[in-house]
Design a protein around this ligand. Sequence first.
Ligand code: NIG
Ligand code: FE
Length: 414
Amino acid sequence: MKLLVINIGILAGIDRQGLLCRKGAEMAQFETLENAYLLCENGKFLDFGPMDQLPMCDDATIFDAQGGAVLPSFCDSHTHIVYAGSREQEFVDKINGLSYAEIARRGGGILNSADRLHELSEDELYEQAMTRVREVMWKGTGAIEIKSGYGLNTADELKMLRVIRRIKQTAPLKVMANFLGAHAVGREYAGRQAEYVDLVVNEMIPAVAKEGLADFVDVFCDEGFFTPEETARILKAGLEHGMRGKIHGQELADSGGVKVAVEHNALSVDHLESMTDADIEMMRDSNTTPTALPGTSFFLNMPFAPARKMIQAGLPMAIASDYNPGSTPSGDMKFAVSLACIKMRLQPAEALNAATINGAAAMGLSKDYGSIAPGKVANFFVSQPIPSIDFIPYAYTTPIIRHIFLKGQQIARE
Ligand code: NIG
Ligand code: FE
């Protein structure tokens, strides 16, 4: 089963070594080859090269890219794409002057989504989520992490995670599941946060592990949500059950999220809008990928994470969408790339690395995803002809993607 893509105007995000991440100054290299071919076999990349060295391949299916660019699919390492309904009323509340934290304190926000999710059946939840999964697939995402965290009691958290498992089994893109029971204190535990943390540690994590429902464990470690001490307990319990941490940290305040993430060898620490220079220092030599969520800063009108400082410090920064109904109702990774350039002053090449190889690293997937490298899974998209890769973030609302391929198979538009 061979696939030969010919007449590629720009083949981008190529790598012969099988990169695991790009750090600091290396992030400015997003290697390209003009007028190229790409050969895939059995769902993996096999080879690439210039069109004038096109190999003889009688047994391959030919796809003519007609001068379009080919890029590795986006790796979106942070989403909450399984949710019920929408929260545009809170959007209007924000326009009228309420902050995200105020809305949460009044019982809106995450608890609002938990109430709605409680009412929906697993089937309905799956259908709603799959509509969004198809949407982001067509926006170029080929690997995605999906969190629970709108259940906030054991039964509803398990319901969400079973929906995520079903997406894993049925959607053609790569899915990683993250248990985020500590997203907020469930309504039944209002005013009893310590008991809720006990429930997460003693009941939810073992139940999730027993069914093998999650790859990771997450905590919203921030002012008004969970403390670093509570986060540490949950991370430890997660690790004991084979789930590595991926933390929400330092979005709303300088609240110790980075420190607890690094100390517990979390795979990533995400948000970072309130990150300090000391946090950046702490992340050097750690195995934790700092992940900025520029769509969240944009939608909530908040500061952006200090991306240039992270890159200067040599860190392998990732960007992700944070697709969720409250703070970021968008999973458009191309737009996240544009925002990273426009608002965080990343070069287009840096932003594309952040959204591909470093996003894959933030999900522990970069051995197999995130670049066009021989042996990696053949997840890629074909764009309209573009003058250079800089055009991708520059044309910030142009839908440039024409065709998508996942595991070397072209996906038909429904
Ligand atoms: O990553 N910050 C915490 N959680 C989500 C928002 C969830 C919601 O508002 O529903 C986030 O932004
Ligand atoms: Fe989030």
